[in-house]
Write a protein that binds this ligand. Structure first.
Ligand code: SF4
Length: 256
């Protein structure tokens, strides 16, 4: 049995706090948490702020975020006193892309949309995760068709990192219950029927009964609606059971 399976069995039925504490202690100084200030990420930030040890916390500022997201960045910093590192896209790449394709290239085609996501998100993410061994995210199974098979522990082949999803089996209601019970600050766009918030030009409010991710890249099919930040795990069921042929045993040695 490989280590991802072992960890998934060990962590089965453990709560999010246990899972977070386990990885932060086992991979002290080697664990990073990426936040987009979603309600899920705010729950994780809240839990992390109560733990003695904390991972590196970072966010990606694509340059196209809604003003409401900038407000919650500052509010979160003030509320929890946590250090949140902000990564920006490489300006040479943005200038080249915009010069060649236009400022709103994402509406042209899926290919151009993915190029924009690559320049503004994927490359900065790679820089942010460099040198780390564990990446904590706020992904949930219920969020979309592309996320329905995720597990608590996976291996991200693209970024060569252990990926941990402590809220993988939470429902949207679970998240809101936790937010309200703990008076956690959240992005005010949620009060305007936004359910999943990304860049301003690629996010809209959703109508009643629409899917949580329906407001993201709404002009595309549900199957294509990922920015590739999480694609390595989402695309392949082998990620939930193994390392896709890569020898990553050494990453787990510290837990023994
Ligand atoms: S979500 Fe839209 S604006 Fe943001 S990086 Fe992707 S394509 Fe570009």
């Amino acid at each position: 049995m490989n280590k991802v399976n072992e960890l998934n069995i060990f962590l089965k039925n453990k709560d999010a706090r246990f899972i977070l504490e386990y990885f932060i202690k086992s991979y002290s100084g080697k664990t990073a948490f990426s936040t987009s200030f979603s309600i899920e990420d705010q729950v994780i930030t809240h839990i992390l702020s109560e733990l003695t040890l904390q991972p590196k916390i970072f966010t990606l500022d694509t340059g196209r975020l809604p003003e409401e997201t900038y407000k919650i960045i500052d509010r979160t910093r003030e509320s929890y006193g946590v250090d949140i590192e902000i990564y920006f896209p490489n300006f040479d790449s943005v200038e080249k892309m915009v010069r060649e394709k236009g400022v709103n290239l994402f509406y042209n085609s899926i290919e151009d949309r993915k190029l924009c996501c690559h320049v503004r998100k994927i490359e900065p993410l790679k820089r942010a995760l460099k040198g780390f061994e564990v990446w904590i995210t706020g992904l949930r199974r219920e969020q979309s068709i592309t996320r329905k098979n995720i597990n608590v522990v996976e291996y991200d082949d693209i970024n060569q990192i252990i990926k941990v999803n402590p809220l993988f089996n939470w429902t949207e209601e679970d998240v809101w219950d936790y937010i309200r019970k703990n008076n956690i600050p959240y992005n005010s766009l949620y009060d305007k029927n936004y359910k999943s918030i990304g860049c301003e030009p690629c996010t809209r409010a959703v109508r009643p009964n629409e899917d949580i991710r329906a407001g993201r890249w709404w002009w595309e099919n549900p199957e294509t609606k990922e920015c590739r930040l999480h694609l390595a795990c989402l695309n392949s069921s082998r990620m939930s059971t193994g390392f896709g042929g890569h020898d990553k045993e050494e990453l787990f040695e510290k837990q023994k």
